[in-house]
Design a binder for this molecule. Sequence first.
Ligand code: NAD
Length: 308
Amino acid sequence: MLRPVTGEKLTFEEEETAMQIGFIGLGNMGAPMAANLIAAGHKVTGFDVAGVTVEGATMAGTAAEAAAGADVVITMLPNGAILRAVADEVIPAMKPGAVLLDCSTVDVASARAVAEKAHAAGLGALDAPVSGGIGGAAAGTLTFMVGGDDAAFATAKPLFDIMGQKAVHCGPAGNGQAAKICNNMILGVTMIATCEAFALADKLGLSREAMFDVVSTSSGYSWSMNAYCPAPGVGPTSPADNDYKPGFAAELMLKDLGLSQEAAEAADADTPMGHAALELYRRFVEDEDGKGRDFSAMLPRFEKRSRS
Ligand code: NAD
């Protein structure tokens, strides 16, 4: 039975609810997520091609070995092609009724294809991409956007409660990824709009403090302005105050904008702003100095530029 201990976190009587978890992909996000599950008393068998280890986890030699006997197999991988390959390997190794829980950010089509294969093999499947970044993964405060059936969601819910602060069930398979890329398309567009408006305000002689004070309490307000202000020394502390060290790296924004345009093409949706944001971040990361910088470093980019 779940019972509260300190603060907001939950723990349980181990013998009653400890799950056997396979965790595949122990990178920047996966390793701290796995560590939180272990700290809460779950038994984790991990696998990563890079040979990473996580304290308290049993390390397996293959993905299939990590998945065998698990109640839930969690994947946290770089992209849809890798997810599809790993799913092909682990699905036949999983026990009937177990749940394949993918937390990576991947294309909607891959999420739906993997769920279909899992269902055909008698497994539950969820796509549950996250927002909250590396800090949220370490602190156990991620937000999960979840697609998949109710029974699988109920099985995974106690794990979401450990790894995150919120899990929103968005509908059937693929809908978690759909929610994530729509959200991040808005974020990319509003960050660019916020940065270009700051650069214009500079050239019009408006102080950044005045710009923030007005916009953050007027109709131009947004998360990009109010919670993650791209201007250093203005508004709440953000990566701008730390020389634009990520944070949320520009190349991750580029990845998510690419996924949203891929989905828009497949669904025949007209997304001109999302398309423009993708092209700007592509140029920023591939041709300019954006790689390795926070996605809000669009502001110094615009600052240096003129109209031509
Ligand atoms: P990462 O590159 O640090 O980790 C990915 C891990 O997967 C690596 O350790 C890699 O060795 C491993 N891997 C690759 N192929 C594998 C295979 N075939 N079998 C087993 N392991 C394999 O990336 P990350 O930052 O941890 O991100 C993981 C996912 O989370 C991505 O889809 C990313 O878009 C998403 N995400 C990341 C952030 C962030 O801030 N880093 C935020 C939200 C979502």
